[in-house]
Write a protein that binds this ligand. Structure first.
Ligand code: XIL
Length: 990
């Protein structure tokens, strides 16, 4: 942008700042365009010479990529996400792939990154696949950039040359919420939902961005899927699972055989046991097979035991049962075998409630699991529901989880919710919610101690939708987000359990001569702690922990009496790299009594978000202790709320200049909010110029903390719009940022209004005399200071032209053709009034307004006639663009009226030009060291040089190292010395 344009933008921005508010729909958070190949191949491309087709052999929906003619393993399918992925950002990535008719093939989800460090390839997830099976690939990718990023491409590659590859449902979703907190841990966070996932936009976006897995609460239950005999109804479950697939998520299958959700056609008919077995097995076969890809595990049997460990009497067991009444767990065994046959890859679970701790029910489950394992009955894990209302005995939970873990079974927490007493409005007390936070922290922290704990799923995730108030009147508020998606202490409890365990925090500094080790014991939260072995008083260890938001937090530390114990003082930085501030008094870990030794150190205000430092300094030792050691288990940081609801914050967006016909973006901006999870922070938009840029033409994508804006100005319009992006949290606190989008016109009107005309109405045809250098300018009459003249109807100043008159008129006011104008469709228009027949006989353009000496171009037009009754019709005729070199001009035209009767004639001459930005393409013949000069409109600035090695598709353009970024209207460029491969150059919009 030139300075003048910048000033104009600024002026217009200030004068036009009258926002109109409108909401903008926010689509799914997936950054991939056409992720499921439902709209053909574009913008996907084949890598290398392979062939990319789309056909109906899809994992879901009607399309999937089909890559044939592969001559190398790397030839797959790719899409550039340049401009969508933010340098420094982290992303959850997933894809479905399959290798055609070949076994033991390795498939990989990868990124190709081009930046100052060259071209690099990062494998995010790999799997070895079996013949024709759709396989899910998922992993986390962080975009760490060196220098300028010139491309970032997601792709799937893999099977051996010659093997056809199919790819579907690729997701790249900003890492947010629990997905972010759990990065680096081998555990999947889940939140189940119902149809609201598609009808409630923030609800759907939160589950899509913040969780790894997103299953169904009720939609996969028997009565939902199988409402009448021989009739299956998959629509409800499919809609929820489609939402999950669009966000790179799998789901747990819940549940096949359960005494609940049994439809009456099953329970109230007098089926024989063999008929019922057929019904049950048909159900298992059909449902497991149908969801074999997206449901990675099934609760094959749910709640089959009574609390005392005896078999529950159910329609499947003994009332009348499927043929194994009185045989204990035999019916469960048969159901597991049936499910395994229906999908050999699916993990099979037994799921129950009140089995969290070591008790009669969990003993019965354990005995069954032990028996199944011993006899090779296919069982992969146990689901512990965790519908709880207080912290279970953690030592008992540990003992229980330990035995299942040791049996080689995976452990899933499947339905965690912690109900609390609520008033008639559903509101819980602050202390109840604080206690609930402790319960979530302790349960999750304890579960994480076991390597086989793979899933931590809550039953819902927001108090907006929860079964508790209906099922347990007087109780509620059981989940980690409140009804408005504000983080409750429970959310922080889960977050701390995942992200603030001392053994996962970086050691930033330590006093010299000292050591730290990881000590493992399931009596630690999350199973391990960092033991600091100090030699003396004043020795210290500093841990770095990510403080997500500024503000006041209650800081607690888990420290534990270990073989030796010391006294310590905690000091914290208020912002990354800041000075240390002591928090709380000196603590004595030896004296503390509880096994976890959670110490509440008081409240601390962080003024800078990011990695803050937590320094533990040994200040002494207890008399009974032999050493100065500290076993640091965890940190907890819980907002106190004393500083009130904090408004969201929003990163600024830079002003943008585009040409008519171009869209703006995607532009990345970050949203953060301490209280409301970011995916539920509402983004609304205002535009100061709705006719140029209606808010409906602005879309926001992304989720979590990362959003992208794409603005498409209205067609055929230019000007300036101030766009205001408004982020509003659940409490109504808002933050906004404005930036300017300037749209340079493509159509330039070269003739101003208010011009002074001169005319000669001599009544005779002047021929070309009026063009001669000797014509008598002074003899001509002045017209009204309006465009055109003569209209008896009063619309224009009334100068009635007599019949049979020939008039010549010229336009006195100069106009300027801008430099670099690429004028096409240059046209001269006449507005005719009344019924006279009019001819536009000629037009002339003089340079420098000097009509007597400055003729530079002349064009005799083919006469174009205006006749008939159509009034006020513009008649356009084309002029050669060569008439308009840059500079001042004067326009004249001869207009001939041929009317038998006196009539009025209005004419209005206007030159319009299609003003398109030139696209300089550098000559391939250009050699290193050559210099060339380019003219370029200022508003098209912001380009840089790229090179390519070949021009055969796919052309890979790479940024030149140290390429100049063009900011002025005219540049002199020296091409760098070319290496072997650099043959072609072009300018590329940045
Ligand atoms: C509950 C759902 O949450 C309710 O919406 C439904 O009305 C009844 O079922 N154990 C389970 C779950 O295994 O399936 C139950 O879900 C809660 C208890």
């Amino acid at each position: 942008m030139t300075l003048a344009q910048a000033r104009l933008l600024k002026f217009l921005a200030l004068s036009l700042l009258v926002p109109t508010l409108a909401g903008a729909a926010e689509p799914p958070a997936n950054l991939v365009t056409n992720p499921g190949f439902e709209s053909g191949a574009a913008p996907w491309v084949a890598r290398g010479p392979a062939t990319l087709l789309v056909n109906t052999q899809a994992q879901t929906g009607a399309g999937a990529a089909w890559i044939t003619n592969r001559s190398a393993t790397w030839q797959g399918v790719a899409q550039s996400l340049l401009g969508k992925m933010r340098p420094g950002g982290s992303y959850f990535c997933a894809a479905w792939a399959r290798a055609e008719s070949a076994t033991n093939q390795s498939l990989t989800l990868s990124f190709e990154q081009r930046d100052g460090a060259g071209t690099r390839f990062f494998n995010v997830a790999s799997a070895t696949v079996t013949n024709n099976a759709w396989t899910f690939l998922s992993g986390i990718f962080s975009l760490n950039v060196t220098g300028a990023l010139s491309d970032i491409i997601v792709y799937v590659e893999g099977p051996a040359a010659g093997v056809e590859l199919r790819v579907d449902n690729v997701a790249v979703v900003p890492l947010a919420g629990y997905r972010r907190a759990a990065a680096g841990r081998n555990v999947l966070l889940g939140g189940v939902s119902g149809s609201q996932v598609n009808s409630d936009v923030p609800f759907g976006r939160v589950v899509g961005t913040d969780f790894h897995i997103a299953g169904t609460e009720n939609a996969l239950k028997f009565s939902s899927l199988h409402p009448s005999s021989n009739t299956y109804s998959f629509g409800g479950a499919d809609a929820i699972l489609d939402h999950a697939t669009a966000h790179g998520q799998l789901a747990r299958g819940h549940t096949l055989l359960w005494h609940g959700s049994v439809p009456s056609w099953v329970s109230s008919n007098a089926w024989t046991t063999s008929q019922l077995q057929t019904i049950a097995f048909d159900h298992i076969d059909t449902v497991v097979n149908r969801y074999r890809d997206r449901v990675f595990c099934w609760d094959v049997v749910n709640e089959a035991f009574n609390d005392n460990g005896t078999m529950r009497s159910t329609v499947w067991y003994d009332a009348p049962g499927i043929g194994y009444a009185g045989q204990g767990t035999k019916y469960i065994e048969e159901a597991f075998k049936r499910a395994r046959a229906a999908d050999p890859d699916c993990e099979l679970f037994y799921n129950d409630y009140s089995a969290e701790t070591d008790n009669a029910k969990s003993d019965a489950i354990y005995a069954m699991a032990q028996d199944f394992k011993a006899r090779g009955v296919p069982i992969d894990g146990i689901g512990f529901q965790f519908h709880i209302s207080s912290t279970p005995s953690l030592s008992s939970m540990r003992a229980n989880f330990q035995r299942f873990n040791d049996l080689g079974l995976n452990i899933h927490i499947t339905e965690l919710d912690v109900s609390v007493a609520v008033d008639s409005n559903g509101v819980a007390t602050a202390s109840a919610l604080a206690g609930q936070g402790d319960t979530y922290f302790n349960v999750i922290g304890t579960a994480l101690a076991f390597p086989r704990t793979r899933v931590l799923q809550t039953w819902g995730f927001s108090d907006r939708y929860s079964w508790i108030p209906g099922f347990s009147p007087g109780r509620g508020a059981a989940l980690t987000l409140d009804e408005d998606f504000n983080r409750k202490p429970a959310w922080w409890g889960v977050r701390d359990a995942l992200a603030n365990q001392a053994e996962t925090l970086a050691v930033q500094a330590m006093s010299s001569g000292d050591a730290n080790t990881l000590v493992s014991s399931t009596s630690f939260s999350a199973g391990a702690a960092r033991q600091f072995q100090a030699n003396a008083v004043n020795d210290f260890i500093t841990l770095g922990a990510d403080v997500l938001y500024t503000g006041e937090y209650n800081v607690r530390v888990g420290v534990r009496k270990n073989t030796a114990s010391g006294q310590f003082q905690l000091a914290i930085t208020r912002g990354p790299g800041g000075a240390f501030v002591n928090l709380g008094a000196v603590q004595d870990t030896y004296a503390a009594a509880t096994s976890y030794n959670e110490l509440n150190l008081g409240n601390f205000t962080f003024t800078g978000a990011g990695t803050n430092s937590f320094r533990f300094t040994v200040t002494g030792k207890n008399a009974s202790s032999t050493d100065y050691d500290l076993a640091i288990d965890y940190l907890r940081l819980i907002p106190t709320g004393a500083d009130g609801n904090q408004p969201p914050s929003l990163t600024p967006l830079a002003n943008q200049a585009v040409n008519e016909g171009q869209s703006v973006g995607p532009l990345n901006f970050a949203v953060s909010d301490r209280e409301t999870v970011e995916s539920a922070v509402a983004i609304t938009l205002a535009s100061s110029n709705p006719s140029l840029l209606p808010t409906n033409n602005i879309t926001i994508t992304g989720g979590g903390t990362e959003r992208w804006l794409i603005a498409t100005p209205a067609a055929n319009k230019s000007g300036v719009a101030v766009v205001t992006v408004i982020a509003t949290d659940a409490a109504g606190a808002a933050a906004s940022n404005s930036f300017v989008i300037g749209v340079a016109p493509q159509t330039t009107s070269l003739v101003a209004t208010g011009a002074v005309w001169k005319f000669n109405d001599s009544g005779v045809n002047l021929g070309t005399a009026w063009r001669s250098n000797s014509f008598n300018d002074a003899a001509w009459s002045s017209g009204p200071s309006m465009l055109g003249f003569g209209d008896a109807n009063g619309l224009l100043p009334s100068t009635v032209i007599a019949s049979n008159r020939q008039i010549t008129t010229y336009f006195r006011t100069a106009f300027t053709a801008p430099p670099g104008l690429n004028a096409t469709n240059l046209s001269l228009r006449v507005l005719r009034d009344d019924a006279a027949v009019v001819y536009l006989d000629g037009a002339e353009i003089w340079r420098d307004t000097n009509i007597t000496s400055g003729v530079v171009a002349y064009n005799t037009l083919a006469p174009v006639g205006l006749s008939g009754t159509a009034e006020s019709t513009w008649l356009a005729t084309n002029l050669p663009p060569a008439l308009l070199p840059a500079g001042l001009h004067l326009l004249a035209a001869e207009v001939h009226q041929n009317s038998a009767t006196s009539s009025d004639l209005a004419f209005n001459l206007q030159l319009t030009a299609q003003h398109t930005a030139p696209s300089p393409v550098l000559s391939p013949a250009m050699v290193a060291g050559n210099q060339f000069t380019l003219a370029w409109p200022g508003w098209a600035a912001g380009n840089a040089l790229q090179f390519a090695t070949n021009l055969a598709p796919p052309v890979l353009w790479l940024a030149l190292t140290n390429a100049p970024v063009f900011t002025n209207d005219e540049w002199r460029v020296t091409l760098p010395a070319m290496t072997n491969g650099q043959r072609f150059f072009r300018l590329q919009d940045l």
